[in-house]
Design a protein around this ligand. Sequence first.
Ligand code: ATP
Length: 898
Amino acid sequence: MSLTIEEKVWARTAEDILAGLKSNAETGLTSKEAADRLRQYGANELPGSTGHSAIQLFVMQFADWMVALLAAAGIISALVGDISDTLLIAMIVFGNAIIGFAQEWKAEKAVDALRKLSEPHIEVIRDGAVRKIAATELTPGDIFRVRAGSAIPADARIVQAAEAEADESPLTGESLAVEKNDRTLAETTALPDRSCMLFCGTALTNGHATAVVTATGTHTELGRIARMIATAQSGPTPLQQRLSRLSKQLALLVLGICIAIFVAGVVREPFDRWNSRLISEMLLTAVSLAVAAIPEGLPAIVTVALALGSQRMAARNAIVRRLSAVETLGSVDVICSDKTGTLTQNRMTVAEIIAADNGSARTDSHDNETSVRGVLVAASLCNDARPDPDGTPTGTATEVALLTAAIRNGIAIESVQTQWPKLSERPFSSDRKRMSSLHLSESHQPIVLVKGAVERILERATSHGSLCAETLELRVATTPFDHQHWADHAAVLASRGQRVLAVAARKWAVRDTLQSDTDDAESGLTILGLLAIHDPVRPEAADAIRQCHSAGIHTVMITGDHQETARAVAAEAGLKPTVDGSMSGQELESVTDQELQNRLPDIQVFARVAPEHKLRIVKAWQANGAVVAMTGDGVNDAPALKQAEIGVAMGITGTDVSREASEMIIADDNFATIVAAVEEGRVVYDNIRKFVAYLLTANISEILVLFLGVVFGLPLPLLPVQILWINLVTDGLPALALGFEAAEQDVMRRKPRGREPSIFSDGLGRMVIAIGTFMGACSLAVFIMNYEPGATEETLPIARTMLFTTLALSQLFYVLSVRSNSRTLWELGLWSNYRLAGAIILGFVLQMFILYLPACHKWFHTVSLTPSQLLVALAASTLPYFVVESTKLWKRRKAAIP
Ligand code: ATP
C-alpha cells in the first residue's frame, strides 16, 4: 500500500492516489487506520533534533581535560602512597559529575518541553470530521487542510486548491512563491515544477488547499536530502559564548598561577628534600586548585538559568523557541506591537452605522430604517464570516462584528447569504485594505459590493446611494456627492478610537467574475454608508505600557487602522501620542532612512501601514542601536519578525509562518505578556550576573590563599581534598539556587542594559576582585594567627582546619549577600529563596561533620576545633558578608533610596 516518491505521485490523478492510499477526500482515514499506519511508518519527524541520552550526558561530565589531569595527579599521588587522598578525590569528582549531570539534564528537559509547547499542529479530516492534531501524528493517506500562512508538515498530493501559492525556498532555493493546483503533471516534471504537490518544510503563502499525505518523516523530499530544519535547540547564546571565552581566559590565568605555585612550592624546599612525595603533593595541590578555580562549568550553569527563565516565562504565557531569546528579552529597548488583539481585546462590535441618505443608527437600537438595512446586508454579503450551525458567526473579528450587527438588526444572514451568493470575490488583504464580491440582484443585475478602509473606498467613489435589502437593487442618489462630508464623518468616528469601514456598491457588466488584475470593478463606486467598530483596549495594557515606560523601553503601536483611530486607542492605552508622535504609512514611504531614524524616538504610533513597512521600522530602530521586539501574525509579517532581535508571534491568531519566523510565541496574544517576558529576561540576566560574581569571588579567595601561602613561605595552608571539597559544596548547589532568586525590586525601573554590555559592568568586576581578596585575606589571617612556625607538628593541623572552615563558611555566608544588589538579607528574608537556604544549611552541616566526626579527620586531614576556635572561624567567615551588606546600605543612603 505504501507510496513512495518513486511512484511519481504527481503524474497520477488525485483520485488514483486516494484509491491507492485507501483514503477518502471527504472522510479521511479512520482513527484506527491512522494509528495502525503511524505504527507502521513511524512518527512524522526528521531525526537529528533529539538531545543526549542520560548515560551520554553523565559520561560527558568526565570527558573534560581538567578532570583527566586531576585523575592523573590522583594516580601519581596514590603511587606515592597517599591512597586515601586519591579515593576521596575520586568521590568528590564523582559528586561534581552528578551535580553537573543534574544541571544539564534539567536544562535539556526544559528545552524539550519548550519544543513540545511550540510544536506545530495541523487540521486533518479523520472519521469524517475536522480535527487538529500534532503534525508528528500525520501518516500517509491523511487528508489535511492548509491556508495562507500554514506550514506544510508532510509531502502531499493536492486534492483541491484555491488561489494557492507556496514558498518552497527551503527545498528549492527559489524565493518567489509558486502556484499550486490539483492538475496532474508529466512524469518527467522536475521537483520545483511539481505544482500539484505540497512539500514538507515549505509553507502556503496564499489561498488554501486540501491534500492527501503521500510521504512523512524521512521519506519526504526534505527528509531525503536530509537538510535539517532549525529547531528549538540551537547553538550557544551570545552570553554563553562570551562566558565560555571568559572561562578560557581565566583558565589560562589560573593555570599560570597553579604552575607558579607548583614550581615555587618545590623550589623553596632545600634540594635534599626534593623527593617524589613533595613533588606529588605539590602537583596534586596545583591541579586541585586548577580544577576548583577554573570556572569551566559557567556556560552550563547559564543554560540552567536560561532554562529556568524559559519555564517561568511559559508559566506567564510566553513561549520562547530558542533559549537565547530569554537572554535577549532582558535587553529589549523597543517593543513594536500590533494594535488589534494585542493592545486591544479583538472583541469587535459595531457601535454606529451611518447610511448614505442621512439615516444613522446605533446597533443596539433595532432601527430598521431601510438604508441602514441595506448597509448591513451589503456588509454581510461582502464578508467571509459564516454563521455556525448554531447561528453564531465565525471568521475574523471585524467580519464577525458586521454579521453580528446585521443579526441584531433582524437580518436573517443565513438566508441572505444563500439567496445572494458570492459569484466571485477579491479577498481582503492588509495591503489593499478592502474586499469586494459579486452578486446578482433580484432583477439579475450583477452588483459589486465593496467594503474597506474609508479613504480607500472614498477615493474610488463618485456618488452615494442605497441598496434595497429585499431586492439588492442599487439606487444612486441624485444629490451631489460630498467627498469631504464623508471624510469628516469618518474622522469623528475614528477620533473615538473606532475602526471605520465604508461600504459601497456598483453595477457591473460581467456576470460571473471579478478580475483580479484590474481595479475597474472597484472604481466609480456608490457609497452606501459607514460602519464604526469598537474594540475595547485590554485592561492590563495601560499598566504594561507604564511599566515599559519606567523600564526605559520605548513602546510603539503599529496598525493598519486609520491614524485618528490609532491615536485615540493609543491614548486610551496610555501611550500619549502627540500629533508628531504618529506617522502614517504614506508618510513613512516619503521619508528617507535617515529622517526616519531621527524621528523614531518621538513616534509612538504608526498607522495605516502595510506589513512590509514593519521591516523598515525594525531596521531603522536597529540602525539607532536598539534591540527590537516586534509582533506579527500574518505571512507578510515574517521578514520583520525575522529581522527583529525578538520576533513575537501570536499564539491564537498567528500563522505557522509567523511562528516559524519568531523567537517567542505569546499564547494569549496579549501585550502585557511581552512585558512580563521582558521582566523575566531581566531577572535571568541579573541572576546570571549574581552567580558569575559569586563563583569568581570564591575562586579568587582560594587562589589567593594558596598563592600568598607560598609567597609568605608558609606550609601549604589548604590541602588538595579541602580545596576540592570547598569547590563541591559552594559551586554546586548554592550557585544553582541563585538561579531561582526572585526579581530585584527595581528590575523594571532601570534602563535597558544595552546591546552587549560586559557582564561585569556597574562595578561588578571591582566588587568580585575586592571581596575575593578580602575573603582570602581573612582566611589566611586566621591561619597565620594559629600557626606557630616553631611548633608545626601541633599547630599546623589546627591552623589548616581553621582556614579550611573559615573559607568554606565564608563562601556559604557570602552567597546570602549576593542575592540582591540593593536589599539586605534581613529585608529579603532567609527563606524567600528556600533552595538557597537549604543548600547553605546542608553545606554547613556537612562542614561540621568534617570537623567533629573522627572518621572524617583522616580523610580531610582535619582536627576537632575547640568552641573558641570555632567561634573565631565563624566570626571571620561572616566578615565578607557584612562588608557587602554594609556597602548596600551605604550606597542606598548615598542615593537617598529608602
Ligand atoms: P492591527 O495592526 O491593529 O492589528 P491590522 O494592521 O491588522 O490592524 P488590518 O486588518 O490590515 O489592520 O486592517 C486595516 C484596515 O482595513 C482597517 O482599518 C479596516 O478599515 C480595513 N479592514 C479590516 N478588515 C477588513 C475586512 N475584512 N474587509 C474589508 N476591510 C477591512
